[in-house]
Design a protein around this ligand. Structure first.
Ligand code: 5GP
Length: 115
């Protein structure tokens, strides 16, 4: 058995973390180390997909739900414009291997694509 991911532990209430929104299959939290005025994470409740390529192959409908949920959150927490970023692999900066999207919004002025 592998250990539950940090996001699964937040979802389960095992470690602190405010769930700011959820659907039946997704939840959202604020990133603990924000890289923009609004920096949210949108996370499938299942941790069976390690990254977005696995999610797209395994459950494309859930990926579509994730993007729609992200759009709603960006409208609620900022002006509706946002960057949606998935890091894929440790060399690209992925540190949690439970698929999640970064929503970056609010006062984004540079063209940088990094999260
Ligand atoms: P990754 O680098 O895998 O794309 O993104 C993981 C993100 O999770 C990082 O931006 C990191 O700041 C965030 N993170 C790591 N641990 C915690 C935590 O315990 N609580 C919250 N809210 N965010 C976390």
């Amino acid at each position: 058995m592998t250990e539950p991911s940090i996001f699964t532990r937040i979802l389960g209430g095992d470690i602190p973390g405010e769930i700011i929104a959820e659907t039946d299959r997704l939840f959202a939290i604020r990133d603990i180390a924000p890289q923009a005025p609004v920096h949210l994470l949108v996370i499938p409740k299942t941790e069976q997909y390690r990254d977005v390529t696995e999610l797209a192959a395994g459950d494309p409908a859930l990926l579509a739900e994730l993007t729609a949920f992200a759009k709603d959150l960006a409208a609620e927490h900022s002006d509706g414009d946002f960057r949606l970023i998935f890091n894929i692999g440790a060399n690209a900066g992925q540190t949690v291997f439970h698929v999640h999207a970064h929503i970056l919004a609010g006062g984004l002025t540079e063209k940088s694509v990094g999260a």
